[in-house]
Design a protein around this ligand. Structure first.
Ligand code: HEC
Length: 82
């Protein structure tokens, strides 16, 4: 049983680590709730602009994303922005 619990902790730990950058945003940014990758890349061209646009959004749904600037930068990199 101990081994099973340990495995679970490790797997969940890795899963939450893997869930970073743009992965954290896709739940909403899927083209339905909010603009998807293609839509965002249509108007945003640099990582700087991307972080600013995310922080300037008035949507209450963006609140938690706005506080995590490191992850906004990671998401920008995931989208291929520099
Ligand atoms: C809980 C839902 C939700 C999550 C999670 C979320 N967003 Fe958003 N986001 C929105 C909504 C709603 C808007 C406003 C509608 C729109 O612009 O499509 C928005 C707007 C934005 C905008 C501005 C788009 C524009 O056209 O100006 C950016 C950039 C953005 N989000 C980036 C992110 C990033 C990066 C993450 C992950 C770190 C993220 N969002 C996570 C819902 C979410």
């Amino acid at each position: 049983m101990k081994r099973l619990a340990l495995t679970l902790v490790l797997v969940l730990g890795f899963a939450s680590l893997a869930f970073a950058g743009w992965d954290k945003c896709q739940g909403c940014h899927n083209g339905k709730t909010a603009g998807d990758k293609a839509k965002i890349l249509e108007k945003i061209k640099t990582a700087d602009e991307f972080v600013k646009a995310a922080q300037a959004s008035k949507s209450p749904m963006m609140k938690s994303a706005q506080g995590d600037e490191a992850n906004l930068k990671a998401a920008a990199a995931d989208l291929g922005l520099k």
